[in-house]
Design a protein around this ligand. Structure first.
Ligand SMILES: [Zn+2]
Length: 123
């Protein structure tokens, strides 16, 4: 297989793994824990081997999409999905975690000015 094809394949596996992980979140517990049995069943259904799953998890972990915890044997013990949005502490706008924060500076300053204006007009 050519290198390029391998990269495309890895990306599509990583996409599937991420989609399944997000779909298997344990709603009954706080946080972003993935239900492992449901996750593993879905991996089987998609025909993704455990080796590919581990590679995809590593790929996603490096990019801050999730955190995978391994047991002593190197098997995936649990997965926590990292929320992909956070709130800017200065202007309260919801930001996508994968975006470059520098892109937000202009908007942020404008929004802060507007917030300041609104606050003054209330008084
Ligand atoms: Zn901001």
């Amino acid at each position: 297989m050519k290198n390029e094809e391998e990269v495309v394949l890895r990306k599509s596996v990583a996409n599937t793994v991420l989609r399944v992980a997000q779909a298997c979140l344990d709603e009954s517990r706080k946080g972003w824990r993935v239900k492992m049995r449901q996750f593993n069943d879905a991996m089987d259904d998609n025909g993704i081997s455990s080796k590919d799953v581990r590679a995809a998890l590593e790929f996603l972990q490096l990019r801050m999409f999730l955190i995978a915890f391994l047991d002593a044997d190197g098997n995936v013990a649990s997965i926590s999905v990292v929320p992909q949005h956070y709130q800017c502490e200065f202007c309260k706008m919801l930001l996508y975690i994968q975006d470059d924060p520098e892109d937000h500076i202009d908007v942020c300053l404008k929004r802060q000015k507007k917030i300041e204006r609104n606050r003054r007009s209330i008084r």
